[in-house]
Design a protein around this ligand. Structure first.
Ligand code: GLN
Length: 476
């Protein structure tokens, strides 16, 4: 329902806001899209932020961990690993309690220039390591489709808030699926840009050669708007691309026809309902006039092994700085070594596991057998994608082998790593991909699929996703 309220020019009093909020709630007003929000006045946006905060506090999803504000524009929820000057930034960890960001990440400066306002901190898995948001210092975030389910991870707070109607849009980070997988588990849209398109300056590094910041939104068009706002060349990020940037949202075209590769052998590991949703989606794409080509992809077990070697090796190096001397909440011991040990004992189990794994694969004697080998396989994975892209513009793939699991059901770390089988190869190859909801399983949990594009062809990714979104017409 579209509400027309005469908004007074002055800033609202608290009671006035409560009054307006009650009217909104009585009329069952849905959260507006990012596109609509960009047309609102300053006062309307103030009311909107108040509405978000009030609803988030009532919701019980535990998606927000803080409600800080930086500006007066359209509110964007920010994952707890992206620096916003003056805000606490903790990467969901105990070790960073009390740390305040001294500067803005480049994406935050970009957002502010375009009329957006960082608003609120989203919960996440500790240091973005995880697939369920259960490893956060702030406790688990719940899935709006079922509060006994995880929202996915690591950007679980961002996805749960957007899907739960308590954020208009959010930023997440994707090292091995952490934007696309939670979006898929929560029934919203999540997009990972090409490596180098969005600056990593001010993003707490997990695995620097894989990390990318990207949008989590209610629909594909909003994702392209938010992607356009954050993408830029940045001299402060040595891996940033200077390739010319063209607005994707201004050129969105749902009628373009693509050649889309489907990988029949590759989807065999997904559960039957996801395979069914995949098959239906292939039909929809055909009916839309896209050309389908059948391709094969190597076993996903190589992707998992390669990713967990590369990611943990880089994580070990990146997390060395949290020692209580350079960074991190110091826990004093009777000597320096004990201080290091006490301080680093604040890391959670999953982070410790990865630090150990990373040190192992980098240690002399194992370096060639694991790390160097993984780098070689990474090239093979990239070649495999390139080969498919000689014939296809896009690839359709599952995002995860299952829908969102129950909270507490993912006990075995190896099982959790395996659930990343469909997302991590895209990061290893540095490609852009978007996850969007296409169906629900028998219990009403969302199923998402992803469209993967050629490097720097975000336009095709958004256009293909828009055509699919319109045809599928997914509703909450
Ligand atoms: N689940 C993967 C991991 O734990 C991906 C995380 C991410 O993309 N940040 O490493």
């Amino acid at each position: 329902m579209n509400l027309k309220i005469n908004i007074p020019k002055t800033t609202f009093s608290y009671n006035h806001k409560i009054f307006l909020l009650t009217i909104y709630n009585m009329l069952g007003q849905q959260v507006i899209t990012l596109k609509e929000a960009l047309t609102k006045s300053r006062d309307e946006l103030e009311l909107l932020r108040f509405e978000m905060e009030s609803k988030a506090k009532e919701s019980g999803l535990n998606a927000y961990i803080d409600f800080s504000l930086a500006g007066e524009g359209v509110p964007i929820l920010i994952k707890d690993n992206i620096q916003v000057k003056g805000w606490s930034i903790t990467s969901g960890s105990e070790i960073l309690q009390g740390y305040v960001a001294p500067y803005n990440a480049t994406v935050i400066n970009n957002l502010q220039k375009k009329g957006f306002t960082p608003f609120g901190r989203a919960n996440m898995d500790e240091f973005a390591m995880g697939s369920t948001t259960e490893s956060s210092f702030y406790g688990v975030t719940k899935n709006p489709y079922g509060e006994d389910r995880v929202p996915g991870g690591s950007s679980g707070g961002s996805a749960a808030a957007v899907a739960g109607g308590i954020a208009i849009a959010a930023l997440g980070s994707d090292t091995g699926g952490s934007i696309r997988q939670p979006a898929s588990y929560c029934g919203c849209v999540g997009m990972k840009p090409t490596y180098g398109r969005v600056s990593r300056f001010g993003l707490a590094s997990y695995a620097s050669s894989l990390d990318q910041i990207g949008p989590i939104t209610q629909n594909v068009e909003d994702a392209s708007i938010l992607y356009d706002a954050i993408a830029s060349y940045d001299e402060k990020d040595s891996t940033s691309s200077s390739l010319e940037l063209v607005s994707t949202s201004e050129n969105l075209d749902a009628n373009r026809k693509f050649t889309i590769a489907v990988t029949d052998n590759y989807i065999a590991e997904a559960n039957p309902e996801i395979q069914e949703a995949y098959a239906k989606t292939v039909k929809v794409l055909e009916e839309l006039g896209h050309t389908i080509v059948h391709k094969t992809m190597a076993n996903t077990k190589y992707d998992i092994a390669t990713y967990y070697i590369v990611a943990t090796a880089e994580a070990t190096t990146n997390l060395a700085r949290y020692d209580g001397i350079r960074y991190g909440k110091r826990v004093e011991g009777s000597n320096l070594e004990e201080t290091y040990i006490n301080t680093r004992a604040q890391f959670g189990d999953e982070v410790k596991r990865r630090i150990m794994l990373g040190n192992f694969v980098l240690s002399s004697g194992y370096y060639d057998a694991y790390y160097i080998k993984a780098q070689k396989v990474r090239h093979l994975i990239r070649d495999e994608f390139n080969k498919i892209f000689e014939e296809a513009d896009l690839i359709l793939s599952p995002v995860a082998p299952t829908v969102a699991p129950k909270i507490g059901s993912t006990q075995d770390p190896l099982e959790m790593y395996k659930s990343d089988m469909y997302t991590i190869a895209i990061n290893l190859a540095g490609l852009p991909a978007i996850s969007l909801p296409v169906a629900k399983d028998r219990e009403g949990m969302p199923i998402g699929l992803q469209l993967i594009g050629k490097a720097f062809d975000e336009q095709a990714v958004f256009d293909g996703a828009l055509s699919l979104e319109k045809a599928v017409n997914y509703t909450k």
